[in-house]
Structure formats: structure tokens, C-alpha cells
Design a protein around this ligand. Sequence first.
Ligand code: ADP
Ligand code: MG
Length: 319
Amino acid sequence: MSEFDVIRQYFTRAPKHSELGVGDDAALIRLGANMELAISADMLVAGTHFFADADPYQLGWKALAVNLSDMAAMGAQPKWATLAIALPNIDHAWLGEFSRGLFACADTFGVDLIGGDTTRGPLTISIQIMGEVPTGLALKRSGAQLHDEIWVSGPLGLAALALAHLQGNLSLSPGDFKRCSAALHSPQPRVALGYGLRSLTHSAIDISDGLLADLSHILQASHLGATLHLSQWPHACHWPEAAGLDSSGQAKLLLSGGDDYELCFTAPKASRDALLQLGKKLDLDLCCLGEITQDPSLVVHGVDKAILDIKELGFDHFK
Ligand code: ADP
Ligand code: MG
């Protein structure tokens, strides 16, 4: 059973008092004629999502950034956050750095911390984020259309490379490790891109569990399939050299690595020029990877054009 089976079986009911409930990057509540409130929560647990001795400043940044990524995926403007935190003890040096990182991220993206809860327990950080989106413009997972092009907002797999290096499964040069480590510890939520995508795309999701896993959520919600072509992928060429990683290991990290916090979105071909312009304006390497198909399967052609045999789509807490 996967975490998504648990959510479906035990926590999913048709919403009676909201526009959109369980199943997307955020829920939507109509506030008035013109605005909807987007709400989402994410939890980080020591030993599961981060090493217990992780740098507290980076942890504070990342705890909020992963939530802002869900706002970006909805095209919503993040505004308010609550923080529920369990601490094993009161460590002033740790708390000072954690709150500095948290507020650095909050200030960068214009978010107020407006409440929360604090208890003693194994280190666990749960943030709820709320933001606004003009009525009808939220980017949902369910909006993909046949022949849409599939895009990602930047290079993938860098965070997974840093993690694999830290776990001793491969070896990166010091320079490459620095770049990958920044992707792992200080993700940059694509909030400004989310606004720009509102009028150009049909569907979006943020990549937290791995491209294939998260794209699959778009495909399921939209009842469509996809074909991806790694040979079209310029980012693959800028990938760091990693000692101990063959090409199939590389494809696996790229496609299923997780912790990327880039956006994956689908858009009509007519949006292509505007998307490339938007990417240039925001200094993001937007990249088109493939297209949406009628057949509801996910087919990936490798760099040599052969179809890849994909065993796992991405990270799942219960698999
Ligand atoms: P994301 O990766 O965007 O954070 P998740 O994969 O964590 O989303 O969750 C998928 C969907 O299920 C989301 O809409 C989320 O709000 C919802 N969800 C997850 N856990 C629960 C829960 N315990 N109760 C209700 N809804 C949940
Ligand atoms: Mg998400």
C-alpha cells in the first residue's frame, strides 16, 4: 500500500464547503467573487526528511520553501503560514538559526508566520501555508489536454545526487557537490513562475517525489498519458560527472530522484514562445520534455532513443 492509497482510502471525501479538496498541491476555498484561498501543509520529520544534525538555518529555509513550492504549483501568491513544531529540548543556538532561516525564506517570498503550536517530542516540523489566487486561475493537476507539451522549470536530480553522495553511494567533485548540496538544502520555490504560468498552461504540479511520480499525478487526474524524450533534455548534458554512476543510474536519479522542487507543467504548443520568454525573464532554463498522449501510459525514451524500463516512479513513504 502506498501513501496515496492511505490518503484515498481513509482521508478522501468529496468536499462540501470548498472548491477543491484532497488530491492536488493545495486545496481551494472561494473567498469572494474574485479570490480563492489556496491551503497546503507539509511535514518534515528528523531521520526521514533530513538528518537529525542538519544545519538549522537551512532546515528553517527548506521547511517553508517546500510549502511555497506547493503554492507555486497552484499559481497562488503565498501570504500566511503556521508552524507546528515538536522539539526534543530547548536549544537556543539551534532555535536561533532555525528561525533565522525560516524568516529569511518568509521575507524573500512575502509570507507572515501567523501562528502554530510547539510541543516536546522527536524533532518534527509541520508548516501550513495559505495563499491567494484569482478565482478560476489556479493551476490544477486535472487540466492537462491531449497534445499538450510537458515542461519542467529546471534541472532535476541534483538534490538526489547530493543525497547519494552523502550516503556514500557515489562520489561528486567538491564543486559539483556544492551545487547539488544547494539544491538539496536550499530549494528555491518557483513562486514567480507559478504566477506567469496561470495564463499559459493547462496543468501543473511541483516535483517533490520525483518527476515520474509527480507527472503521474497529472496523468491520473487528467485521464491521459505521456511520452518523454530524454534526448531532448539539455539539462541532462549539464549533469555533474559522478564517479560510480552508470547511465541507467543517472536516468533513475533524474527521473525519480525527488526533492527537486521544480515545477512540471503542461501547456498547448501555442504557449511555447511565451513560455520561453517567461523563462528568460525569470532566468530559468525551462525545458520541454515530451507530450501528453491519449494512451494512459507513461513512456520514456532514453538518450539513445530506446524505451526505458521503469521499475519505480519515485519516492513513497510506505513502499
Ligand atoms: P504534495 O506532494 O503536493 O505535498 P501529497 O502527495 O503530500 O501532496 O498529498 C496528496 C494530496 O493528499 C494533497 O491534496 C494533500 O493535501 C492530501 N493529503 C495528504 N495527507 C492527507 C491527510 N492525512 N488528510 C487529508 N488529506 C491529505
Ligand atoms: Mg506538491
